[in-house]
Design a protein around this ligand. Structure first.
Ligand SMILES: [Zn+2]
Ligand SMILES: [Zn+2]
Length: 185
């Protein structure tokens, strides 16, 4: 069996954390790693004890949800709460960090940022990281292969859709076939 790389391993962990997010606008996960060990993790969610966006809706000001603390910030604050050094650590984030988080990441002494998805990549954030020698690397997460049952279900759905007159069906058939083709590479 092929061993998963460290990059894929830690990036996958950040996606696992992302699934704990309580904000409906964008779910993000982050993992801080030092010497190939996870020292903290975070996802974007409310302040401890606060209400959740998924229950009460987002609290939007100027187009941003202000209720949540970002995943990267939560992970860094977990380190400060428990007195764990972040100097020389690396961070794995599902999405490219915003300017505020970037500043905190640099200031905490983190020296590498691995991200899987581009997200409004802030040019000033990039400039700041370059200036302070923080390595940026895109590590797209490799998706889990589809299970046999999932493949069967997709095939059945394609068959049903192919006999439909709905104009949207054609597009869905195309997308579903794409999924299967990716599997059989
Ligand atoms: Zn929200
Ligand atoms: Zn942020």
């Amino acid at each position: 069996m092929e061993r998963i790389t460290w990059n894929q391993y830690f990036m996958s962990q950040s996606y696992l954390l992302k699934s704990r997010s309580t904000c409906q606008r964008l779910a993000v996960g982050a993992v801080i790693v030092r010497d190939k060990r996870m020292i903290a993790g975070g996802y974007n969610g409310s302040v401890s004890g606060g209400v959740h966006c998924i229950d009460e809706g987002c609290y939007v000001v100027d187009g941003h949800c202000v209720r949540t603390i970002h995943a990267e910030m939560n992970a860094l604050l977990q380190c400060s709460k428990f007195g764990v050094a972040t100097e020389g650590a690396e961070i794995y984030v599902t999405h490219f960090p915003c300017l505020h988080c970037t500043k905190a990441i640099i200031q905490a002494g983190v020296n590498a940022v691995y991200y899987s998805e581009d997200y409004k990549n802030d040019p000033y954030a990039i400039e700041l990281m370059q200036q302070s020698g923080v390595r940026m690397q895109k590590v797209p997460v490799e998706k889990e292969p589809l299970q046999h049952e999932q493949q069967l279900l997709i095939r059945q759905m394609i068959e049903k859709l192919e006999s439909s007159d709905d104009p949207e069906a054609e597009q869905l058939v195309h997308e579903a076939s794409q999924l299967l083709r990716m599997e059989n590479r």
